[in-house]
Design a protein around this ligand. Structure first.
Ligand SMILES: [Zn+2]
Length: 261
């Protein structure tokens, strides 16, 4: 089977799809869309791996602990998951200072420590990072610069990138790729960042079930809608949609180390 599109960050393993998970995935596969279900904690990481194994091809997983999850990072559990052949990245991991309450200095330090453990794990298993970052871009970039020696040449994916064009520059130098989701179909906030990122570092994602792109805003999101993101990104970059699709699939193959086409 050939895949000509990619939903590089989605969550079809989440309970939102308990009633129709197989149909949702088959709809995407029938349209030639490969997908990567991102884990956010232990249960959703295990579920992502399980779902990936239910399909012969085109369905992958990432395993990791999201910075806003209140779970202790169990290295042994994640190490075993990380070595699975269907696992293409470690994450979503990163920093998120958006809703910190109480002792914020301690909370930040804990997030940094948990993120660092996942940077080390990615290095150990030779896989890229799937990074979530919100309101913490300068700390994230500083931490990654310090750990530069642990990063692969294709270091990972900045999922739903919300940083500035300058942040993008710093992360490009570190070897990162960038995904943009539904928000680019109804907001111009990211035009500057998209303009700054070269075509060979861009990916498409839905982050389903969240942030549904136009024209399905308000409905539950799903990987099929990666096609709407693709059209919008192609417009923003001034290239044809099929050319953009071919490029993002090649990018996904490079960063995740998989064969899609
Ligand atoms: Zn996500």
């Amino acid at each position: 089977m050939k895949f000509v599109h990619i939903d590089a960050h989605t969550h079809v393993q989440f309970p939102a799809y308990n009633e129709d998970r197989k149909e949702v995935i088959e709809r995407a596969r029938a349209a030639g869309i490969a997908l990567v279900n991102a884990g956010a904690d232990r249960a959703s990481s295990e579920a992502a791996v399980r779902v990936a194994h239910e399909f012969p091809e085109g369905v992958f997983a990432t395993v990791g602990l999201h910075p806003t999850e209140n779970e202790v990072f169990d290295e042994d559990v994640y190490r075993t998951l990380a070595r699975d052949e269907k696992v293409v990245a470690i994450g979503e991991c990163g920093l998120d200072y958006f809703r910190l309450v109480g002792d914020t200095a301690a909370a930040r330090a804990k997030q940094q420590e948990t993120f660092l453990a996942q940077v080390r794990l990615a290095h150990e298993v030779g896989k890229p990072l799937m990074i979530h970052c919100r309101n913490a871009m300068s700390d994230l970039i500083a931490l990654l610069n310090e750990q530069r020696a642990l990063l692969r040449e294709s270091a990972g994916v900045m999922h739903f990138f919300t940083g500035s064009p300058e942040d993008a520059e710093a992360l490009l130098r570190l070897g990162f790729y960038f995904t943009f989701g539904g928000v680019i179909t109804f907001s111009h906030d990211y035009d500057g960042a998209v303009a700054r990122i070269p075509l060979d570092r861009l990916l498409t994602e839905t982050d389903a079930p969240y942030v549904t792109p136009v024209p399905n805003r308000g409905k539950r999101n799903e990987p099929l809608f990666a096609l709407d993101i693709e059209c919008r990104l192609a417009d923003m970059k001034g290239v044809a949609a099929d050319a953009l699709a071919a490029q993002v699939v090649a990018n996904a193959e490079r960063v995740f180390g998989v064969k899609l086409g």
